[in-house]
Design a protein around this ligand. Sequence first.
Ligand SMILES: Cc1cc2nc3c(=O)[nH]c(=O)nc-3n(C[C@H](O)[C@H](O)[C@H](O)COP(=O)(O)OP(=O)(O)OC[C@H]3O[C@@H](n4cnc5c(N)ncnc54)[C@H](O)[C@@H]3O)c2cc1C
Length: 505
Amino acid sequence: MSHGTRSGGPLTDGSVPAGRHAVVVGGGLAGVTAALALADAGVGVTLLEGRPRLGGLAFSFRRGDLTVDNGQHVYLRCCTAYRWFLERIDAAALAPLQDRLDVPVLDVARPEGRRLGRLRRDALPVPLHLGRSLATYPHLSLADRARTVRAALALKGLDLTDPALDTQDFGSWLTAHGQSARAVEALWDLVGVATLNAVADDTSLSLAAMVFKTGLLSDPAAADIGWARVPLGELHDRLAREALDSAGVRTELRTRVASVFADGNGGWGVRVPGETIHADTVVLAVPQREAYDLLPAGALDAPERLLAIGTAPILNVHVVYDRKVLARPFLAALGTPVQWVFDRTEASGLKRGQYLALSQSVAQDDIDEPVAALRERYLPELERLLPRTRDARVEDFFVTRERTATFAPAPGVGRLRPGARTKAPGLYLAGAWTATGWPATMESAVRSGVGAADAALSALGRPRPRRPFALEEAAHSAFPGDTSRTFGHHPEETGVALRGGPGEG
Ligand SMILES: Cc1cc2nc3c(=O)[nH]c(=O)nc-3n(C[C@H](O)[C@H](O)[C@H](O)COP(=O)(O)OP(=O)(O)OC[C@H]3O[C@@H](n4cnc5c(N)ncnc54)[C@H](O)[C@@H]3O)c2cc1C
């Protein structure tokens, strides 16, 4: 960037009208969303990202001829905000959803040998849509299956607006509702570990109930799984950048923000190396620790709470075989340290053989292990899981480590997560870790970006869209009284004019 002092926004002639400049700090999904939402509403936006790419925690890199994702990412049909985001950047076709939820679950630790089960849905109303699948799920005893249905119905009855839920842990609740250790392993943690990045004992009942209610007990199609058939960078970096460019957002990569300060004229100064950018609105869409460092004094009542939000690691183990060893696009595993295995061959550009990525959540035990130790641990496990690997040659083996992949969804985390508004006028927070009601997901990141943009537009007095943005309705139905959310206050005031949003037409 050049040196000097200037206003944010598209700086072609420096004549952007006052009251319409926003700087968004952080080019992850939250920041890109906030920038798009503000620009779509007519605000001049500068997006500042410290790294040489957009996409934050969901990105790709090159390794020889392969394009590798730092971690396998999936989303569900109920992720309405992330689905909007995909549409907005013209990428929905590149990350399609299953027609119907169908998860192969392979147990390799049964005395009688390997056994494949499936979690899938029928076209029946909730909760019958899962009835047949649960009734025939071979990884649970008959008694466990019956008790699972009873617990699911009890979960469905929980009031997500009850703050007491966040003080309890999901594991104790499951035990109190008759769930055996096996039911937790083969069902509740199978889903929960992948979506929450914590085992039931370490998870807030509030967040767990939100995930299971929204994903499995709201709409029959809610848990249909979607994932990118191209590298994540194609979506979150290249196509996001194209959308930002055509919306008129000025995007600066490799531009790390050093501080944010009140400029004395009712606006904000944003310091980057060699320069200060002035703006009326600043959205901090950075991780919680960085937000803590950048927040001016007095912007939050208890900023130290941000530092109390824990983090949790995810490890991805990448193995390239010289031949095809897995016939399905993905599977979940039981009775082995391997959790979920995805076929990445096509997305990575591999021309010969097969490339598998093992997505290992709750990876505290593995995250600092040397590659050699991980190789020794996981290759034999893959031989147990996928017999065809026994004759295959390993062409490449490497790992990607994300030590702070998500915030830890521990009991009590709910009261630590701030909303989009701060006490400082014109300064907003976004990020998957803010108070969206969702665990640390792409959905939470996009929702937070919409929430921050919405709060900013409301304060700027920007015209509201005729129709409330559909996310608002979706959020209300999931969290009817969640006052920590930052979508607007009343229907005609809510939502951001997001092009291509499902409520438009
Ligand atoms: C391995 C892995 C697997 C995952 N799997 C899934 C999944 O299957 N499904 C799912 O929904 N979610 C998944 N997630 C979570 C999901 O990726 C995140 O929740 C989401 O991407 C967070 O987006 P964000 O914008 O809130 O934050 P981030 O992605 O952290 O973005 C913050 C950005 O701010 C930038 N920044 C920080 N400080 C500054 C500064 N001072 N100046 C300028 N820029 C700055 C950072 O460089 C970064 O780009 C996974 C995450 C990981 C790591």
